[in-house]
Every structure is written in C-alpha cells, then in structure tokens.
Design a protein around this ligand. Structure first.
Ligand SMILES: NC(=O)c1ccc[n+]([C@@H]2O[C@H](COP(=O)([O-])OP(=O)(O)OC[C@H]3O[C@@H](n4cnc5c(N)ncnc54)[C@H](O)[C@@H]3O)[C@@H](O)[C@H]2O)c1
Length: 249
C-alpha cells in the first residue's frame, strides 16, 4: 500500500514549479489531489499528469484571495473525496509577479495589498475553509510555504518578507489551537529554488559551485511533514545552507 492511499491533498499554486512537484509527489504516493491554481491551463495540465498515477484529481481554478470561491471549491472537494487530509498553502510570490519590484518607500498600496493578500490572506482563507473537516476527522496536516526572505530579508521585497514572516506566526498560533484535534501545522522556508526549467544560480554551501535547489527538494520536505504525527508549529528551512552566515569558501 502506498503511503498516502485513501488520503486527499489540496495544494495551492499547483499549476507549476514547487506546487506542481508537491502535488505529483502526493499522487505518486497514492493521494487524491485538489489542484488549486488561478491559471486554468496549468491547473488542468497538472491534473492530467496526476491522473496518470491512477489516483483522482480535480482542478480548483481560482485565486486564493477569493475567499468565497475557495470555500465553494473546498465544499466540492469534500463532496467528491469525503475529506481533505493535507493542505499545502503554496500559492505565493512577490511584486515581481506584477513586474512591480521597488524600494519599499516607493511601493504602491495596491502592490502591497496584492503581496500580503496572495501570500498571507490566501493561506488564511484556504486554512479556514479546510479546517472544519479536519477538526471533524480529528486528523490533518497543514503545511505553509514561507521563504528564507522571512529569515534574512530580501532586497526590494519588504512586503513579501513581511508576509512570509507572518506565515510563521500563523503556523505557530494555529498549531496551538488545533493540536487537540491531532492536526499538525508546519512551515517550510525554501531558499533559491529553480523554476520554469531555469537555474537561479544563487550561492549555497552545497556542491562545488553552490547550486540552487529543485522543486523536488521542497516536495520531499512537505511529504515528510505530511507523514509525521509529532511535529507541529515548526519552520523548516530548505536552502542548501544559504542562510548559514556570511562565510564563503
Ligand atoms: N522558487 C523559489 O526560489 C522560492 C523561494 C522561497 C519561497 N518560495 C515560495 O514557494 C511558493 C511557490 O514558488 P514557485 O517558485 O513555485 O512559484 P511560481 O510563481 O513558479 O508558481 C506559483 C504558482 O502559483 C499560482 N498562483 C500564484 N498566485 C496565485 C493565487 N493568488 N491564486 C491561485 N494560484 C496562484 C501560479 O499560477 C503558479 O502556478 C511561493 O509561495 C513562493 O513564495 C519560492
């Protein structure tokens, strides 16, 4: 029997890169998947790839900032699969998504709202939508995607670093509240992870040239946390040692 057979995972931002890799990894281990992404083409493509593993999947094509739609899709998913066991709040990004990276002093209100809402409020909405069924089942794992930007800051992305830091607070406080229902809440903070087939070429301490990571490195951590029953309220940095300090060889 596969590790997550009979379970259901909802992964936001599962249309490509890290989210897609997490969704496929859960599917390989037998879980049914709710693929949430506002990019319909990418969401459907991930669903197609998941079905090849012989599990079920549905696309939830919506913006995580749209609280009503998220609740509707979660209700539909619970109707279809009976429950949601794992929620991965992965959808996120900086003002780069709007091509509006600036110094903080120049950041527009709409851009700041976009960044905070996409990363933080979207995760809050998805969590609120899924929690009642987890509480009822007295089982669940919630994994929030933060970033090393929360640990050491990131130039021209003050709002993003603030939103990703808030993911820690969300993780810790929620872990306290839902522990009595055997629901574990944890946070993963990636370093530079290659996306869209490109190589970010950032400094790390791993490999001869300090290579950046792959989506699989993050998916491995997420699946590990999904399989654990005694880890909660923690943050796990997966960054090839990038945040170790200023030392360089
Ligand atoms: N790639 C990295 O180096 C890195 C580093 C640290 C943290 N992260 C975090 O990991 C997560 C995934 O990163 P990635 O590099 O795979 O991102 P990406 O931009 O490559 O993919 C994000 C996916 O989420 C979807 N999405 C974005 N906003 C959405 C919204 N509001 N509603 C629904 N879907 C939405 C996009 O359509 C896309 O499919 C993000 O939260 C990001 O902040 C990434």
């Amino acid at each position: 029997m596969k590790k997550f057979e009979g379970r259901t995972a909802m992964v936001t931002g599962a249309g490509k890169n890290i989210g897609r890799e997490i969704a496929l990894a859960f599917a390989r281990e037998g879980a049914n998947i709710v693929v949430c992404d506002y990019n319909e083409k990418n969401a459907e493509q991930t669903v197609g790839e998941i079905l090849e593993y012989g599990v079920s999947a549905m696309a939830a094509v919506c913006d995580v900032r749209d609280r009503n739609k998220i609740f509707e899709y979660v209700a539909e998913a619970i109707n279809k699969f009976g429950k949601i066991d794992y929620l991965v709040n992965n959808a996120g990004g900086s003002a780069a998504l709007l091509k509006k990276l600036t110094r903080f002093v120049d950041a527009e209100a709409e851009t700041i709202d976009f960044v905070i809402d996409t990363n933080l409020k979207g995760s809050i909405y998805c969590t609120q939508a899924v929690l009642p069924s987890m509480i009822q089942a007295e089982y669940g794992k919630i994994i929030n995607m933060s970033s090393i930007a929360a640990v050491c800051g990131l130039y021209n992305r003050v709002d993003y670093a603030a939103a990703k830091s808030a993911m820690y607070g969300l993780t810790k406080a929620l872990a306290m509240e839902v522990g009595e229902f055997n629901i574990c809440v944890n946070c993963v903070s990636p370093g530079a992870i290659n996306r869209d087939g490109g190589n970010l070429d950032h400094m790390t301490f791993l490999g001869k040239n300090g290579h950046s990571g792959e989506p699989k490195d993050i998916a491995d951590m997420v699946l590990f946390l999904a399989s654990q029953d005694y880890i909660t309220g923690q943050n796990f940095i997966v960054d090839g040692g990038r945040t170790l300090g200023p030392g360089w060889r």
